[in-house]
Design a protein around this ligand. Structure first.
Ligand code: CP3
Length: 356
């Protein structure tokens, strides 16, 4: 059943799935593995379902199809976790902003310009408006294999705010930083709304059957340290504390891409159970500095999965040698890219199921 017991982790309720055992602090060798964007355009079966759905948001909001594309990579590879198929931008959509995905262009949003735009955001109705996504989660909880864990996710408030303020992807984050630096009270109000909405949304995913949640802070690395503390560590810490209080035992993974040296403060101050490392993080530094505080996840460069062969094999060995002596989940440093040959993913999985 999707219902979970509240309370502390007892001997009898200890997680049995490898992915959850590592997030609870165990060291497993070989490590559990899943890949960011494991469902997606590198798979021909995804492209086929995507075409049937019409728009990308239609795919996210049609539970049968979203369940289907989540399961597609699990049929090919024995990943230890499935991640709900959706997008971080369904949240601004549910808050009442217009969001669309144009092929080859990425997301397009109606950018927030004024105080009235921010006052108009309503976090109360999140669980109602994102009902189809929650239905996907409960469908997946029934459908995935017994040893596979189910991950729910949301964008972290800062990353979601960049899309809401810029109206889409950005190179310099000029609009988002203009508000953060120049209108701090207004920016704080937007971030408070996003913390509230994101917490409610993740708790609703947990109640629908998600066994862990990941917060994607893709643009964490573009902020000066003072602002990183306030708007990356602050909101992710608050959401993590709320989940730990309201749904004890459910692990939270933070992915503060580009955090660099601030990753140490991030793990200490947010209280996350796991941190996703991007491909630039030195793995022996992570073993020494981050792994004593939480599980680490990462960090093969996704382009090495496109190249494959001995370049990929060497990189995989280096990552495993450094991180496999503590709590470690193998992943990429960022999402799988569309040109990835599916047979390279199969080869990666072969490598990862062998002892070090
Ligand atoms: O398999 C999974 O990881 C789950 C599904 C997932 C998607 N997006 C599906 C998707 C997840 C976890 C995301 C997160 C996401 N979305 C992030 C954070 C992680 C990251 O990659 O940095 C961000 C920044 C977004 C916003 C977003 N969504 C952008 C910028 C784009 C366009 C760029 C692109 O890759 O096309 C999307 C679209 C998107 N989200 C696609 C998929 C499979 C491709 C859309 C398509 O199929 O046409």
């Amino acid at each position: 059943s999707a219902m979970r017991e509240k309370g502390s982790v007892t001997e009898a309720s200890k997680p049995k799935k490898a992915f959850l055992r590592v997030l609870a602090g165990e060291t497993l060798s070989p490590p559990p593995v899943w890949l960011m964007r494991q469902a997606g355009r590198y798979l021909p079966e995804y492209r086929e379902t995507r075409e049937k759905a019409g728009g990308f948001l239609d795919l996210c909001y049609t539970p049968d199809l979203a369940v289907e594309v989540t399961l597609q990579p699990l049929r090919r590879y024995n990943f230890d976790a499935a991640i709900l198929f959706s997008d971080i931008l369904v949240l601004p959509h549910a808050l009442g902003r217009s969001v669309s995905f144009k092929v080859g262009e990425g997301p397009v949003l109606d950018p927030i310009k004024s105080e009235a735009d921010i006052a108009g955001l309503d976090p109360e109705g999140i669980a109602t408006r994102l009902k189809p996504v929650l239905e996907t989660v409960s469908g997946l909880a029934r459908a995935i294999p017994e040893t596979t864990a189910l991950i729910g996710f949301a964008g972290a408030p800062w990353t979601v705010a960049t899309y809401m303020l810029e109206g889409g992807s950005s190179k310099d984050f000029a609009e988002a930083k203009a508000m953060m630096f120049g209108q701090p009270a207004l920016f704080a109000r937007l971030m408070e709304t996003l913390v509230e909405a994101t917490s409610r949304y993740l708790i609703a995913q947990i109640d629908a059957g998600a066994e862990a949640v990941q917060l994607f802070d893709t643009w964490a690395g573009v902020l000066p340290e003072t602002y990183f503390r306030q708007w990356v560590i602050g909101p992710i810490g608050e959401i993590t504390r709320r989940i730990h209080t309201e749904r004890p035992g459910v692990p939270v993974i933070g992915f503060p891409k580009g955090a660099g040296l601030l990753a140490e403060e991030f793990v200490k101050e947010t209280g996350v159970d796991g941190i996703g490392l991007d491909a630039t993080v030195p793995v022996r530094w992570a073993a020494k500095t981050l792994q004593p505080h939480c599980a680490v996840q990462g960090n093969l460069d996704p382009l090495l999965l496109v190249t494959g062969g001995s370049a990929m094999e060497t990189a995989v060995r280096e990552i495993r040698e450094a991180l496999e002596h503590g709590p470690f989940i193998f992943n990429l440093g960022h999402g799988i890219v569309p040109p990835t040959p599916p047979e390279n993913v199969a080869h990666l999985m072969d490598l990862l199921r062998r002892p070090l």
